[in-house]
Design a protein around this ligand. Structure first.
Ligand SMILES: Nc1ncnc2c1ncn2[C@@H]1O[C@H](COP(=O)(O)OP(=O)(O)OP(=O)(O)O)[C@@H](O)[C@H]1O
Length: 988
């Protein structure tokens, strides 16, 4: 749509496009197909103003020949003697009658076009008409009002800086004269500029300081204009006058923005066409009249040619200086409004008709205005100078702020403090232990023996797992559960000493692995940061200290005894009794009580140090705009890529059981609970991921380091420095990004190590409990030596008792699954795998414990939205568990068609009361599974259906190992494709 209603208020104007108000007269053209959104075609706005009869005409009793019948139409009054067949009615954008004010002409006719210049769009306002028709009268008023509006706009737009310049020229007898420099008296040349088009050479351009100044300059132009008396007009303009305002505006606050709007606004008061007979011109006036008519004729030709289309051949702009100077305004890059002025007198009716014909053609001319953005040389130079200075400074001093050094110093101090605190804690612990030992010895008791072993065990467990649980009232099942737990422990203690020893070995081996991996992580960190600092000694020292911390962790390795045992192939010394071995184990476990805690503490300390280091990276210091979500995503994706993991660590990670009782995990409530109920992906996908990611990660990290190293080495060469400061900046930025990413990855990795240490803690505590059970049994007379006899004697009785306990425990577990919204795939596997075998005791116990903890945790957290911690571990809530379970049910529903035949489906739908024709019946059906924990038949059938849907059959495609307290990789992943996911589901 092209603009038609010229009076749109400035506030409603589109600041970047030529505005297109609605018009009553639809003579517009469509926007150029494929044209820029900032450029559009628009027809010249044409208005007609009919002045009142002047004194001379009134005296001569001239008649009024024209009438404005409405806002758009002017008609010739029928004259009795007029027998010609001229067009008598003309329609324009606006027609103003003799009573109209110049203000109306401005507001409704040209304002919109004039103010486009404030938005970077060139604009031109013409007055065209016969001599004495009122052109000058109208243009003066229009110019005055436009100046008012321009300055009002400037006042209302404080965010932009405006510069207004003015030049004035007249074309008199086909010579161009400077109205602001009239003393020179010489004619100015027109030059062709490839960018600007025709320019007037040496035309003076003054900058207006304010509106008054501008008005003053305009008045100078008008005063300098050639005026002469003719028969028709005492003050007839004998030249074409062009007053040009150049308006430039720049956004104040955005100092980096070097582009600004720039447009010119032309006020063109043409000389009037005249007939020599009427103007009675002779001599000078006649010569003037000839030139005037000649240039107006060229203008008319240009308009006529343009009105029939720009491709209608040659447009004779160059035939007159007027059309040459105004070329852009005639069919070019400008919005143009023409005010055609008419005398109403019948004596001038032919002249007026010619004016209307001209106006008629002009309204068909199409312009193509666009917003002009310019880069001021001055601004550009300023901007470039600033940039060069900044880059030079950056090149000379990579870290001018010294802020990083300061932060490193701070970090070192904090590390020192942490180390001191750790040593103090260790000393205190040692003192406490010795004191305790002394007291126990005074009482004549073994320090690790308790007069009431079961109570000792319970305390040990509850303190470690849920420090606050002592004050909480027991729930409906807790009492019974504790009883059965105690029973199962006692039973287990008589059967599992070897298993326990084995578990202890594994745990300790894993602990050693953790130390190694932490060292690797720190080595990578050191490399990254060393590169980043470009040899900064302080940073290197800091990292060396961090690494020493990790080495310290490694020194707290399994004891010499463990080493012996491991060296001997993990076999218990044959000359020692099982009881003696266990006692030693107990002692060793206790003596290592602080080992894992130390590891945790030290990892915590390393984590803090790394956090500090990451924060000290320049991009982190400045970065405040990265959203947490984006950071999280970024972090996760990079973590996958960059972690320096070994295959063994990957397999370990996949099989970790998360501990709820670690001091770390308890304080931070770290629990991978979405994983608890996470719906598995389609088959194979997870296994593939697990296999490919670590390999990629092993390759990625060193590559990054090498890249960084390359950059730093190149930067240090003089040739590189000379090459380009912009390139150097880019490369520095790239390097910083890479370093930051890797350090973040390492931080995430250390966090993960911490979690794993926490899990170790949990496992170890569990083992301590069990070893204590053994010890207690021994103390009570159940010696391990006569263990076999005892078992044989009590076998039958024990089996019956266990069976009863199993039934009870399983029911408790099923109820807790339901309450905690645990994965129904997990429920199915557990339910189908553990049928009451003696060896199932430990699994039942572990499951019961973790569910008890989970139930309590959910009760504490409630429905709170799981918050994300910085290390990305999710905190489970009831709602997150329910969501995960819902996703899992959707997953299972999707498998119904592929896993069940149509007959099976139909049978099941009927059996489970799912309408056969109902919508989403698959989901409806799955939603009914595992919903009644008290109906054993329902539970059994639910388990069977889920097993079928996931392809699990109890006879061997899943290992009990995955529910066990060990970290072994399932022996055969092919047995069940989604075993990895299920392992995750089991994470605590
Ligand atoms: N709309 C109007 N209302 C009242 N008086 C008007 C109007 N238009 C013009 N006049 C008067 O008519 C006379 C001629 O006007 P003006 O000089 O503006 O004509 P012009 O078209 O510029 O003539 P020229 O081409 O000879 O310069 C002036 O005295 C002016 O005051």
């Amino acid at each position: 749509m092209a603009m038609r209603t010229p009076g749109t208020p400035v506030s409603k104007m589109d600041r970047t496009q030529a505005v297109t108000p609605v018009s009553k007269i639809d003579r517009t053209q469509a926007v150029t197909p494929g044209g820029s959104s900032r450029s559009r075609e628009e027809k010249i706005v044409v208005t007609v103003r009919l002045r009142p009869l002047n004194k001379k005409e009134l005296v001569a009793k001239d008649q009024v020949a024209w009438e404005c019948v409405d806002d758009h139409t002017i008609v010739a009054k029928p004259q009795a003697q007029d027998r010609s067949h001229h067009q008598s009615s003309f329609t324009f954008d606006k027609v103003f009658g003799p009573e109209s004010f110049t203000e109306n002409v401005y507001e409704d006719g040209v304002k919109n076009v004039a103010l486009s210049a404030l938005m970077g769009i060139n604009a031109t306002i013409f007055a065209y008409g016969q001599t004495s028709s009122g052109k000058t009268y109208t243009m003066r008023g229009v110019t005055e009002k436009a100046v008012n509006d321009i300055y009002n706009h400037i006042i209302k737009t404080p965010e932009r800086d405006f510069t207004i310049k003015i030049s004035g020229l007249e074309i008199y007898n086909e010579n161009v004269r400077d109205l602001l420099n009239s003393e020179s008296g010489r004619a100015l040349k027109l030059l062709d500029d490839p960018e600007k088009g025709t320019v007037v050479e040496k035309l003076v351009e003054e900058t207006a300081n304010n509106d008054q100044h501008l008005r003053h300059l305009i008045s100078i132009c008008e005063a300098q204009r050639q005026v002469g008396e003719t028969a028709l007009n005492d003050t007839s303009s004998r030249s074409h006058q062009i007053i040009r305002l150049t308006i430039q505006s720049t956004h104040r606050e955005n100092s980096d923005c070097v582009r600004s709007y720039m447009a010119s606004l032309n006020f063109v008061d043409l000389a009037g066409s005249e007939r020599a007979s009427q103007s009675q011109a002779d001599g000078t006036r006649l010569r003037e009249g000839c030139h005037i008519n000649l240039s107006l004729m060229t203008l008319t030709t240009v308009i006529r040619k343009l009105s029939v289309g720009k491709r209608s051949g040659h447009i004779p702009y160059r035939d007159s200086k007027l059309t040459r100077i105004l070329q852009h305004s005639l069919g070019g890059n400008a919005r143009t409004a023409i005010i055609c002025t008419l005398s109403p007198a019948l004596t001038h009716v032919e002249q007026s008709r010619n004016t209307l014909y001209f106006a008629n053609r002009a309204k068909e001319v199409t312009n193509n205005a666009h917003v002009n953005m310019v880069v001021s040389d001055k601004q550009l130079v300023k901007h470039l100078q600033k940039e060069v200075a900044r880059l030079e400074a950056e090149r000379r001093t990579p870290d001018p702020s010294r802020e990083k050094d300061f932060k490193i110093q701070q970090m070192e101090m904090e590390m020192e403090e942490l180390r001191r605190q750790r040593d103090d804690a260790q000393t205190q612990l040692e003192e406490l232990r010795q004191k305790l030992q002394g007291e126990e010895q005074q009482k004549g008791l073994n320090p690790f023996e308790s007069p009431d072993p079961p109570v000792r065990k319970c305390l040990s467990y509850s303190v470690a797992v849920t420090p606050s649980s002592e004050n909480k009232s027991l729930n409906r099942n807790e009492r019974a559960r504790k009883t059965t737990l105690r029973q199962s422990m006692i039973r287990q203690s008589s059967t599992a000493p070897f298993t326990l020893m084995h578990e202890i070995r594994k745990l300790e081996h894993l602990q050693e692995q953790l130390g190694e991996e932490a060292t690797k992580a720190l080595e990578v960190l050191q490399k990254e940061v060393a590169c980043h600092r470009l040899g900064n000694q302080d940073a290197a020292q800091t990292i060396a200290k961090l690494q020493a911390e990790i080495r310290e962790m490694r020194t707290v390795k399994p004891s010499a005894m463990l080493k012996d045992v491991l060296d001997n192939g993990d076999v218990i010394a044959p000359n020692k009794s099982v009881s003696a071995n266990l006692k030693e184990e107990i002692t060793r476990l206790h003596s290592q009580g602080s080992t894992i805690a130390n590891l945790e503490e030290q990892l915590e300390s390393v984590q803090k140090s790394i956090d500090k280091l990451v924060m000290s990276l320049p991009s982190n210091i400045n970065a405040g705009d990265e959203t947490p979500k984006a950071k999280n995503h970024h972090h996760q994706s990079k973590k996958k890529k960059l972690l320096p993991l070994t295959p063994s660590s990957i397999s370990n990670r996949q099989n970790f059981l998360k501990s709820p009782c670690s001091p770390l995990s308890a304080s931070r409530q770290v629990l991978d609970c979405d994983a608890e109920n996470k719906a598995p992906q389609e088959n194979n996908s997870s296994a593939t991921r697990g296999a490919t990611t670590p390999q990629g990660s092993e390759k990625e990290t060193p590559q990054k380091g090498e890249e960084s190293g390359d950059v730093s080495s190149r930067e240090s060469t003089p040739g590189y420095r000379r090459s380009s400061s912009v390139n150097m900046k880019k490369m520095q930025q790239m390097f910083q990004n890479a370093a930051e990413e890797n350090v973040r990855s390492i931080r995430a990795y250390v966090t993960e190590l911490k979690e794993r240490v926490a899990k170790l803690q949990y496992q170890k505590q569990l083992l301590v409990c069990q070893v204590l059970e053994l010890e207690a049994n021994e103390g009570a007379g159940y010696s391990v030596e006569n263990e076999e006899n005892t078992i044989v004697e009590d076998e039958e009785q024990s089996q019956v008792a266990w069976h009863i306990t199993f039934i009870e425990e399983r029911q408790q577990i099923i109820e807790l699954w339901h309450v905690c919204h645990v994965s129904i795939i997990h429920r199915t596997q557990f339910y189908l795998l553990f049928k009451g075998d003696q060896a199932d005791q430990i699994y039942m116990e572990v499951e019961l414990r973790r569910l008890t903890w989970l139930e309590q945790h959910l009760a504490e957290v409630g429905n709170a939205t799981p918050a994300r911690t910085c290390d990305e571990s999710a905190v489970v809530s009831l709602s997150s568990s329910i969501r995960a379970l819902r996703r899992e049910r959707e997953f299972l529903a999707r498998r119904i068609n592929s896993r069940l035949t149509p007959e099976e489906r139909e049978e099941l739908y009927m059996k489970w009361d799912v309408p056969l024709e109902g919508k989403q019946r698959k989901l409806q059906f799955v939603n009914k599974l595992w919903t009644d924990p008290y109906d054993s038949r329902h539970v059994q059938e639910s388990a069977e259906i889920v097993a079928k849907l996931v392809g699990f059959c109890e006879s061997g495609n899943i290992s009990k190992e995955m529910f066990e307290l060990n970290f072994a990789v399932p022996s055969d992943k092919r047995q069940w494709n989604i075993v990895d996911n299920i392992s995750n589901l089991l994470h605590l």
